[in-house]
Design a protein around this ligand. Structure first.
Ligand code: IVH
Length: 678
């Protein structure tokens, strides 16, 4: 029998080999061995683990990476703040930066270390005795989010530090950038497109979206990579002298460093490097938006220190935006989750600033008119490092005779409902609302949310799976899910208990309030407060459904446009069908407070002075909803006077007559106790 140490060594070697090949395959998209060879390594490791289960290593790739999905990320305060960098955009500014540095270091020779400015997200990694224990986003620089589970899925990032040259520090905090290299990004988008999933605008968004996933399984499936560029803390002290040495040391410990890095003897040399890198930008494996120029000596860095939130010893040297010419092949109208139609120009693919751009959003029909862009037109497309591509201008001189004017479609490309664009509005919408598949996800998500029907456990992932299985065509199908228990049990990770919990939560949600139900319908312009006002004013769903625009306008909080939206919502046949199905499924609420039980029934109230937080109209409607009458003058019959700022004679009279008075704050508090909210 082999020794324990021997087995562990074998396991560790296999883990390391698999990690290297994973990186080559997933991140760089350059497989270093055949699939068979890879499988064989994987099986060898698995076989060893089956034989010696006690010795299974924590970071083994044979287990699903990551673990349980989190419900939210925890906030973590950075021990050493994560600062930002000043920017320079041209040679003059760069030289001015060098002058400021060199003036503060009289008589000293200054070398500059130049790095790629990686266009990803800064994170901080904590290693205790060589083990990765925590990964935190930059956040606002002072406090970030704990994304340890996600960073552990990054394949090129060492989970354990190892060096045959240096001792492993007790504590090491490493800073660097997480991003998705270009090839991995193209592959990810191609795969997503094939699956009909989200296409990311650029690698930065894809990386950011991946790190923000609460389920580490999602981050694990994305080709994320980490590149180290600095040390925030090290115990015991590292005794390194320069940035160059620091990066070499980090590499020795197992970190990946960006593919280029230079040591320059003068600022002129930095400028030459910049020009060269700008030319080579497209050949790099990663997306960059400039370079970072750092004073190489750590001693000099200390001497220079910081100016407010930025180090004096470093600056970003940004690339200018790059434009390229291409043609508009077609226009697709995408229907967003809220029904908004967005025109997306399909371009003849063009390489701009390091990525191939084949789609660009034109935002809305107004932008199409402003640019006067037509199908077939030649356009210049530009992007800077951190913005998505944009159409800069149209070149009418290249317009072919066949160019086609772009019109707003009359019907929704998803559900064929009429497209509407009210006068004075910039955005066109599909009128399909609860009926339109594109709007389903959002309407369901809203419907189950805490302030609406409050169905705990029906989170985004379930909604997506259920939509995928076509179990949810509209929100009313939620109340029939119990008939599909077996299908639910078949969904990954859905155990008997979670299915039962979900079914119970759905059942419990059937008893609700009218206000919640109105809010849950997701009528445009009807937030939680408006829903409550509507419930108070109309008391029954039937009355609300039948209300005309004028009576809707009388409700506090409901303006002219919202009144129209509410009216239209209840005129659309498909919305009424969904409501009928919901009620038939058993959604119910207590009858509204009978008028005799209205707490201020018959009382006479007076409003005077200027109210700061609500309008006269709103205060009046609240009082009326509670049964009070609002009068213009104070008399012995007055129950109470609400006095805002600069209240005059009415307040004096009330005081004389010993009538109760409330200031605005007290009034709002009282209204809240009756369930009235501004
Ligand atoms: S050093 C004290 N080096 O740039 C600041 N930052 O504006 C130390 N970045 O959020 C930062 N590549 O995400 C440094 N090679 C590099 C970098 C880099 C990209 C980003 C970083 C930070 C931002 C600073």
């Amino acid at each position: 029998m082999e020794s324990t140490a021997g087995i562990v060594t074998q396991m560790r070697q296999l883990i390391q080999l698999i990690a290297q090949h994973n990186h080559a395959y997933y991140v760089m998209d350059q497989p270093s061995i055949s699939d068979n060879e890879y499988d064989s390594l994987f099986h060898q490791l698995k076989a060893l683990e089956e034989q010696y289960p006690d010795l299974v290593q924590n970071d083994t790739p044979t287990r699903r990476v990551g673990g349980q999905a989190l419900s939210k990320f925890m906030s973590v305060r950075h021990a050493v703040p994560m600062l930002s960098l000043g920017n320079v955009f041209n040679k003059e500014d760069l030289f001015a930066f060098a002058r400021r540095v060199e003036e503060r270091l009289p008589g000293q020779q200054v070398k500059y270390e130049v790095e790629l400015k990686l266009d990803g997200l800064a994170i901080s990694l904590w290693y205790e005795n060589g083990e990765l224990v925590r990964g935190v986003t930059r956040g606002d620089g002072e406090t970030g989010e704990d994304i340890t589970q996600n960073v552990k899925t990054i394949r090129n990032l060492p989970k354990y530090l190892y060096s045959d040259q240096a001792a492993i520090p007790k504590l090491l905090e490493v800073r660097g950038e997480v991003l998705i290299p270009k090839t991995g990004f193209l592959k990810l988008n191609a795969e997503n497109e094939a699956k009909g999933e989200k296409i990311f605008a650029n690698p930065r968004n894809a990386a950011a979206g991946s790190l923000r996933q609460l389920d580490p399984g999602i981050a694990a499936a994305r080709p994320l990579a980490f590149y180290a560029y600095g040390i925030a803390q090290c115990e015991p002290e590292h005794h390194l002298n320069s940035m160059t040495e620091s990066l070499h040391w980090l590499r020795d410990l197992g970190f990946e460093i960006a593919e280029r890095q230079f040591l320059c003897d003068s600022i002129e040399e930095v400028q030459r490097r910049y020009e060269k890198i700008m030319e080579e930008r497209a050949d790099l494996g990663v997306e960059i938006d400039g370079m970072v120029v750092k004073v190489d000596s750590l001693k000099q860095q200390k001497q220079l220190g910081f100016l407010s939130r930025e180090p004096r010893w470093a600056t970003a040297y940004k690339f200018p935006a790059i434009a390229a010419l291409t043609t508009v092949e077609n226009i697709d109208w995408q229907v967003g989750r809220t029904g908004i139609l967005t025109p997306v120009a399909r371009l003849n693919p063009v390489f701009v600033g390091g990525v191939t751009v084949s789609n660009v959003t034109l935002h809305n029909i107004g932008e199409i008119h402003r640019l006067d862009v037509r199908i077939g037109d030649t356009v210049s497309v530009y992007r800077t490092g951190d913005v998505i591509p944009k159409v800069e201008k149209v070149w009418p001189e290249f317009r072919p005779d066949t160019a086609e004017v772009i019109n707003l479609p009359e019907t929704c490309p998803v559900c064929a409902s009429p497209v509407v664009m009210p006068e004075g509005e910039a955005l066109a919408r599909c009128s399909g609302e609860l009926y339109c598949a594109a709007q389903r996800i959002e309407s369901i998500r809203h419907f189950v949310s805490r302030k609406a029907m409050d169905i705990e456990g029906l989170g985004d992932r379930w909604v997506e799976s259920l939509l995928h299985l076509e179990l949810l065509k509209d929100v009313s199908d939620i109340y029939h899910l119990h008939q599909h228990r077996n299908t639910l049990l078949g969904i990954e990770k859905m155990g008997e208990k979670s299915v039962q919990n979900l079914i119970n939560a759905i059942e419990q949600s059937k008893k609700t309030t009218l206000a919640r139900f109105i809010y849950a319908l997701g009528i445009r312009g009807v937030g939680e407060t408006t829903a409550r006002m509507l419930a108070n004013s109309f008391q029954t769903l039937e009355a609300l459904q039948q209300a005309d625009v004028d009576s809707l306008k009388k409700v506090p909080d409901v303006g002219d446009i919202t009144a129209e939206w509410i009216y239209d919502f209840f005129r659309a046949e498909h919305n009424l069908e969904v409501i009928d199905r919901l009620l038939a499924a058993g959604i119910h609420w207590d009858a509204p407070i009978a008028s005799t039980r209205q707490p201020l029934n018959g009382e006479s109230w007076v409003l005077t002075g200027t109210l700061e937080h609500l309008t006269r109209e709103q205060a009046t409607q609240m009082l009326q909803a509670l049964g009070a009458r609002v009068s213009g003058s104070v008399s012995a019959k007055t129950k109470c006077v609400v006095a805002g700022e600069k209240a005059g004679s009415k307040l004096e009279k009330a005081q004389k007559l010993n009538i109760q008075t409330l200031n605005e704050k007290q009034f709002i508090e009282l209204m809240e106790t009756y369930g009235q909210v501004i």
